[in-house]
Design a binder for this molecule. Sequence first.
Ligand code: NAD
Length: 229
Amino acid sequence: MLKSKVAVVTGSTSGIGLGIARALAAAGADLMINGFGEAAAIAAPGDCRGPRVDVLVNNAGIQHVAPVHEFPLERWDAVIAINLTAVFLTTRAVLPQMLARDWGRIINIASVHGLVASVDKSAYVASKHGVVGFTKGVALETATTGITCNAICPGWVLTPLVQKQIDALAARDKLDPEEARVKLLGEKQPSLEFTTPEELGALATFLCSDAAAQLSGVALPVDGGWLAR
Ligand code: NAD
């Protein structure tokens, strides 16, 4: 389905990004993966001569957990920069060439925290709400073109980012790893199952399909019922 399309997935050396990169590659796309290795080459704003990008998945993200009154400014700035400002920068970089070809798919990996909050995650929640708002803005600006822009809002996915939170919960409540995993899920995700990178990869692939041509500006929860409570 994506043969001859080029996809860039930020933060795709692990976790959700890797799952999405694998799914898009399986659908035939040429993949540019990105993480803490070599910088990915993306055309500069207004420069259509750079490498072609048909599908942009803004996935790279970080978390920091602390109450607002103890939240370090340096961590706040890092979360906003990586989770939100980077989404703007990559989108600005690829849009000119997508507009020139009148086709593109921009998929932002937000979170359920783009739609609701949890305690001690103020920077993350603010950044992800920002991503959902930005997604709507880009969708409106590209509404009459062949470009769509959507956000995927996962609940808990068992990746290194979440493993750190399970480890912190286990240490805080003196639980073994399995007990901590069950407690983490039980507090938020009614299915008591993690969303998987493979499921998110399948959704991203669908968003790239012709069937999703009129699907733009939405925030799609994949959260085992988290937001239904
Ligand atoms: P992860 O830690 O496994 O992956 C994050 C990726 O981002 C890594 O590949 C890392 O190298 C990359 N990254 C981090 N900082 C970067 C930077 N400055 N420049 C380039 N790459 C950078 O985490 P994950 O859970 O797979 O998270 C991926 C995305 O999904 C994030 O945006 C996260 O907020 C979101 N998300 C995760 C969950 C979850 O439960 N894991 C839930 C909802 C949303």
